[in-house]
Design a protein around this ligand. Sequence first.
Ligand code: SF4
Ligand code: SF4
Length: 335
Amino acid sequence: MTNLTARTVGFKPRERNVFFHILTACNLSCRHCYINPEQHGTATVQLETIEKWLRLFFDPARETNLIFLGGEPTLHPDLAAGIKTARQLGYQTVTVDSNGFLFHNLLDNISPGDAVISFSLDGPTAEINDPIRGKGVFAACTANIRNAVAMGFNVSLIYTVSRINIEHLHLMPALLKELGVRRFFIQVIGIRGKSAGYTKDNLQLTPEEWLAVIPAVAQKAAALGIHVIFPKVFLAEGEEFACAGRVAENYFIFPNGRVYQCPLCEDFPVHAFTIEDNRLVKNTGLTEDRFFTLDIAEGCVMNKLLQPGNIGYDEQGKPLYRISCCLLKQELKST
Ligand code: SF4
Ligand code: SF4
């Protein structure tokens, strides 16, 4: 009999996660793209600098995980070389987050043991996915998923849930099983980049909408043997709040040298660190880490600052629910 084990994945004290945006250019123009060229620049980090920054963020005393991001990271001609350098340095895991196009024959230039390939799809069919991510994207992405799986790569998939595609999420587990995808990340739509600008057709979900759909679909995927990961988003009564900026080590690196600790801060010049002459320099003034220290009844401070109207209150002014750190995940897998 299959047992499904659900748990909240707490922040690990001796873990470091490095999210490295090696460029901001992309061949797509997704509706909810979080890249903000005004804040993150339009540069491409050259290989020599990639290697220096990989050394800068690698900590042999910690389990250090690396995620290559963009833009579309496979547009970078030296991504394969960067992956090899990371492996040689001793990064515990290396993941490439791709929109599915896999430029520069990436899979022919690395080995399946070098990196996990994480694909993004926002619908179970071209009819749902392509209006969000672009014409022809579903066909290109699923063809490359099949190819990667056939070559022996460990493949995961990210589905960003919004009002537009939530009703189709339930069709994903069967598709993933058929494609051979082993891990499924259900992501909540962000409030960054382009999606921060939507007001009329608000893409974001209410707690009721999220809770009515996501746990059930996660169960369905896990029952098929897929490891499912999804953000906590709302804390239940009695659950402890923790801000990753205080208790975890996450670095979100951008080509212009900005380094954030919290992804919700990425639209603002409040980054805690800057890379200067290949050294990590702590910034002074009003930086994101000042916000992390504020204890508020609503939970995540940045969520409260960016979307004050999003939280309901009772007659005594107490929040109806607390918002968890956006980096806190739950996982569900069969054992
Ligand atoms: S693939 Fe990623 S970087 Fe490219 S437009 Fe879509 S969300 Fe933005
Ligand atoms: S999302 Fe909120 S709780 Fe998490 S690091 Fe940012 S400010 Fe802290």
